[in-house]
Every structure is written in structure tokens, then in C-alpha cells.
Design a binder for this molecule. Structure first.
Ligand code: CMP
Length: 136
């Protein structure tokens, strides 16, 4: 049975800065994820703190929020068959050192913080994260 989903993808400051946006987008397109909506923005630290609220008790929370607000990012809605899991497989493990060969984080990630991309991890979070950036 078909299961068309939407998920939120973010190309993080380290990847935008290195002009990797088009190359990362082409990975999604080649793997049957359509880019339904897409914008380049620069968020404040407060907005990053709101976005990453689920991590507020983690020791890395403050650095994470500083980092996501440190430069332009590209936020996208990806749509396709099992889009949430499909995007997570294309990204690879959170830590680029542990990511599988040919994944986005393995190829482009610099560190666990500068890991080039973010993707929603569940249906619930995908809904919340899409609403956070695309309010219309
Ligand atoms: P992301 O998928 O955007 O979700 C939260 C981010 O926190 C994660 O990617 C990492 O970039 C960052 N992070 C920093 N340190 C850690 C850690 N020890 N475990 C998990 N995520 C971390």
C-alpha cells in the first residue's frame, strides 16, 4: 500500500556556506523525494531554541541553537513514499564518523554539530516541524 508522507529537511549552515545546497537537493530528487516547498532563511537563536525545544535538557542544546542560527539555512518540505524514513536513510547517522557510505552526512558532514542536514524523525515531528517553518 502506498504511504506518501511529507517531512522537513534543513540544509544547515556548514553545507549552505560550502555551496552544497544544489548537490544535496539533487540527492533527494534522484531518490524520488519531491521538493514541495523551499526557502533560504537566517533564523535567530531564539527561533532555533524553539525549533530544537525537544533537546532542551541535553548538554549540547545551547551550542546547537547557536550553530543553527549562525548563518543561512535552507528549509524544505520533502514529499514521497515513506519520506520520513527515506530522508533519514539518505542522511545517515547523526555523527558523520558513524554514517554509512554514500550518505549525505558521510560525504559532507564535518562533525556531529556540523552534520550538514536535519530531517524529521517521526510523523508527529514532521508535522510540527513543517508547521514551524511553513505557517500558511
Ligand atoms: P539533528 O538531526 O539536527 O538534531 C539535533 C542535533 O544535535 C543533531 O542533528 C546534531 O547535529 C546535534 N548534536 C550535537 N551533539 C549531539 C549528541 N551528542 N547527540 C545527538 N545530537 C547531537
Amino acid at each position: 500500500m502506498s504511504n506518501i508522507e511529507q517531512t522537513l529537511s534543513i540544509i544547515k549552515p556548514d553545507a549552505v556556506e560550502r555551496n552544497l545546497t544544489d548537490e544535496i537537493k539533487s540527492v533527494f530528487i534522484k531518490n524520488d523525494l519531491k521538493i514541495k516547498n523551499n526557502k533560504k532563511i537566517h533564523i535567530t537563536k531564539d527561533e532555533a531554541a524553539e525549533f530544537y525545544k525537544v533537546h532542551q535538557s541535553k548538554p549540547f542544546y545551547d551550542d546547537l541553537c547557536t550553530y543553527l542560527s549562525s548563518g543561512p539555512i535552507v528549509v524544505m518540505i520533502l514529499e514521497g513514499e515513506n519520506a520520513i524514513l527515506s530522508n533519514r536513510k539518505l542522511m545517515g547517522a547523526t555523527d558523520p564518523k558513524k554514517a554509512e557510505e554514500n550518505t549525505i552526512r558521510k560525504k559532507f558532514g564535518l562533525s556531529i554539530d556540523k552534520n550538514s542536514v536535519h530531517g524529521s524523525d517521526s510523523k508527529d515531528n514532521a508535522k510540527k516541524e513543517i508547521a514551524f517553518f511553513f505557517k500558511d
